[in-house]
Design a binder for this molecule. Structure first.
Ligand SMILES: C[S@@+](CC[C@H](N)C(=O)[O-])C[C@H]1O[C@@H](n2cnc3c(N)ncnc32)[C@H](O)[C@@H]1O
Length: 231
């Protein structure tokens, strides 16, 4: 099935609200556990973390709780997606002391991070991203950010949807995973699956970005993971 890109930023208010209110807790928690497991295996001592395309902070809040003393910079380009994250943080001041949200678009402009306190500046030892890659019209933007924000030894964990082989396979995933969701979420899910990459396409992106140190793996019926330590 041909890739069909979708709009990059999720800046429609209704779309952002539907996403923030949806229950992704099972898959979000599974991803956080996978990240923590990889951290343990790497025996890396993580000083700071960056979450690229953090949206309403579904993964950022969970990870900030699991790694409470680490500064975690969560970046997204859409004000509408960051708004629920900021409201949640303001509602419980002090609960996530190391977590900081920043509105910025990839590719990051020069100097956009330089005004932040030092622990929120690169290099980051842990770089994560969930469901951003398929939004990007130029996927190399993510891999360039990984190179620029990380350092040798940094752990990278990127999870995204993977594009199904056929329209019938896509409809089967929609029926299996979002049949009870609001119409706007079903629309976005279908568009996201069509915009997603196949593992072989991501391998080629990594090769071109000089990131063959990262491994691509198909996960479950609809995800792909890119992970490893930077060389
Ligand atoms: C599907 S959401 C994923 C949100 C979050 N990572 C999660 O796990 O729930 C994708 C997010 O990527 C953001 N995004 C897309 N293109 C971007 C870019 N070029 N720079 C920064 N954020 C971007 C969108 O605004 C949206 O919030």
């Amino acid at each position: 099935m041909q890739r069909r890109p979708e709009p990059e930023l999720m800046d429609e208010a209704q779309q952002a609200l539907a996403y923030a209110e949806a229950d992704f807790s099972r898959t979000d928690q599974a991803l956080v556990e996978a990240i923590l497991q990889r951290l343990q295996v790497s025996s890396l001592s993580v000083k700071n973390v960056v979450d690229l395309g953090c949206g309403p902070g579904n993964i950022s809040f969970r990870l900030a709780e699991a790694l409470p003393s680490r500064p975690l910079l969560a970046i997204d380009g859409a004000a509408a997606m960051l708004a629920p994250a900021l409201r949640r943080q303001q509602a419980e001041p002090g609960r996530w002391p190391g977590l900081r949200f920043l509105q910025a678009c990839l590719p990051l402009e020069d100097g956009v991070l330089s005004g932040l306190p030092l622990p929120f500046q690169p290099p980051f030892q842990l770089l994560i991203s969930n469901s951003l890659l398929h939004h990007l019209h130029q996927p190399e933007v993510l891999w360039r950010a990984v190179r620029e924000l990380g350092a040798p030894g940094s752990l990278v964990v990127v999870r995204d949807l993977r594009r199904p082989d056929s329209p019938a396979a896509l409809e089967a995933l929609v029926a299996r995973h979002v049949s009870a969701a609001p119409a706007v979420l079903q629309r976005d899910y279908r568009a996201s699956l069509q915009a997603a990459f196949r593992p072989d396409e991501v391998e080629e992106q990594l090769r071109q970005a000089g990131l063959s140190c990262l491994r691509v793996q198909a996960v479950e019926d609809r995800y792909l993971d890119v992970s490893g330590q930077l060389d």
